[in-house]
Design a protein around this ligand. Structure first.
Ligand code: KG4
Ligand code: ZN
Length: 348
């Protein structure tokens, strides 16, 4: 089965062709046109600028994706598109393009939830996933612990009460004048020399009995720390010490809650996904914690190139939906008529 998938929910215009056969998935092309440099000037994504860039880039990105995969539109079995959640001006470009292609190429179209895509990025290259699965979704817009008893059966068992963890990385980077997006910059600086600085930041909600998170207080703690130490802001070792402690605080809370949920629910597999799952320290420390405390639980994290927004993950989710008969491909021919971009689309 050949699928062309598109993703335009935020600031990446992406198209991918995937081939699926039974549980084997091959990514034939994975093209991403990133707008990071454009939005960096503003310290975050500007929705209307994002839409304008998507509009400019989407057709060349689709063309490149088909060319790289050596596939012509007539070979495709299915089109897939991120329906939401995300920025509405950005989502509209992707959904309207996908609807137009579905109509003109006479190919069925499936709308996919962006977070479902992030979760299914873990299934690329994995022949078999053992359920139940506990999934930690960590991105710029989401921080959720999701229990899956089976494919596409989701229960959100905990989530952030305020900022998403990726958002906290981005805001702390802004406070420290480090640029955008914050995650990759903070993790890089956290690995560098910190001199004699010993900084302590809070671990919000680490002791709460539920599986919820809070990151806005942690960001505010960094803000107050910097206000008190304005003179040290130019000292690279001080900035690095703040980055290291902030990152460790976020990691401690994420690991504590994930392990507590796993001990209660006994999943066979724990997986992480979303942009923040690119964080090397988190990947490593979570792996060590699971190996020590839950040695019989499998741990998966996506390949680094599939952690951030991409279209391959949307294609994989669409493939599994057809595979597990959640969506019968012959019912999707006229689907382009009903698919609507939805900024607040719910997973379950
Ligand atoms: O999944 P994603 O690409 O877009 C959303 O769906 O939000 O996630 C983007 C987020 C940003 O907040 C970015 O700062 C964060 O992922 N991020 C990281 C790292 N790389 C990206 N956070 C921590 N460490 C990283 N290495
Ligand atoms: Zn995302």
């Amino acid at each position: 089965m050949l699928i062309l998938a598109l993703e335009t929910s935020c600031d990446e215009t992406a198209a991918s062709v995937i081939r699926g056969e039974n549980s084997k998935i091959e990514v034939l092309s994975d093209i991403i046109s990133s707008q990071v440099k454009l939005h960096a000037k503003w310290g975050g994504v500007v929705p209307n600028l994002a839409a304008r860039e998507h509009l400019k880039n989407i057709l060349p990105v689709i063309k490149e994706s088909l060319n790289k995969a050596k596939i012509s539109p007539k070979d495709l079995d299915l089109l897939a598109i991120t329906q939401g959640p995300g920025l509405i001006p950005a989502l509209l470009i992707g959904t309207n393009t996908a609807k137009t292609l579905s109509y003109t190429w006479e190919k069925p179209l499936l709308g996919i939830h962006h977070i479902e895509g992030h979760i299914y990025a873990n299934f690329i290259g994995e022949e078999k996933i053992d359920f139940p699965v506990l999934s930690l979704v960590i991105s710029g817009g989401h921080t959720q612990l999701i229990y899956m008893s089976d494919h596409f059966n989701y229960e959100i068992i905990g989530q952030t009460q305020d900022d998403a963890v990726g958002e906290a990385f981005d805001k702390v980077a802004r406070i420290l004048d480090l640029g955008y997006p914050g995650g990759p910059i903070i993790s890089k600086r956290a690995a560098q020399e910190i001199g004699d600085y010993k900084i302590t930041l809070p671990r919000p909600m680490i002791a709460s009995k539920d599986f919820n998170f809070s990151f806005s207080g942690l960001k505010t703690a960094v803000l107050y720390l910097i206000k008190k130490n304005e003179d040290k802001k130019k000292d690279p070792e001080f900035v690095q010490a703040v980055c290291r402690e902030f990152q460790q605080s976020a990691i401690d809370v994420l690991i504590k809650k994930t392990l507590a949920a796993a001990k209660k629910l006994n999943p066979k597999t724990i997986l992480i996904s979303g942009g923040v799952s690119a964080n090397k320290e988190l990947r490593q420390q979570l792996k060590e914690a699971i190996t020590t405390e839950l040695p019989n639980t499998k741990y998966l994290c996506p390949e680094l190139k599939y952690t951030g927004d991409n279209a391959a993950m949307i294609g994989v989710a669409a493939y599994f939906r057809c595979q597990y008969n959640k969506n019968n491909i012959s019912d999707l021919d006229q689907n382009w008529k009903s698919i609507q971009a939805d900024a607040n689309l719910k997973l379950c």
